[in-house]
Write a protein that binds this ligand. Structure first.
Ligand code: 5GP
Ligand code: ZN
Length: 140
């Protein structure tokens, strides 16, 4: 429990939330913004700031609940698809208690989330340089 953390307070029941799923290790509740209808957050009950700080065990604990919540949202709202997003560090992350967004998508829902295709800018050497940078960092 982190006294300054809004999601710890929600986990603890100190501030209200629309709770959709809960077990010993995780809590899922509606994101207050409802970017789309059914937008849900999944959090570990234990306070960890973001994905960088998750142990493998905590990550497994958290991510293994994703399909259950995803299926429930799909069943409830019949979306055309569902985005699963996790933001880490400012400016992307606004609440520093790790969370996974489950965002059902609907035709013309006004949400913009598209990957840019930069294949034209990448040659074999570029991919190789990127691969090498990540691979070399894996040991750190
Ligand atoms: P982030 O930007 O860190 O990935 O996402 C944080 C999310 O938490 C935002 O989508 C925001 O709407 C949601 N949020 C922030 N404060 C509260 C709150 O008090 N209650 C609920 N249910 N959601 C919150
Ligand atoms: Zn917290």
């Amino acid at each position: 429990m982190n006294e300054d953390c809004i999601f710890c307070k929600i986990v603890n029941g100190d501030i209200p939330a629309f709770r959709v799923y809960e077990d010993e290790h995780v809590l899922a509740f509606l994101d207050i913004t409802q970017g789309t209808r059914g937008h849900t957050l999944l959090v570990p009950k234990k306070h960890v700031e973001n994905a960088y700080g998750l142990s493998e065990e905590d990550a497994a604990m958290l991510f293994k609940r994703v399909p259950k919540i995803a299926r429930a949202i799909k069943h409830a709202f019949d979306p055309i698809g569902l985005n699963i997003i996790n933001n880490n560090d400012q400016p992307l992350q606004s609440v520093f208690h790790v969370h996974i967004h489950l965002i059902p998508r609907y035709a013309s829902d006004g949400m913009v989330l598209s990957m840019k295709d930069r294949q034209d800018e990448y040659g074999k050497e570029d991919y190789e340089a990127v691969r090498k940078a990540i691979k070399e960092s894996l040991g750190h």
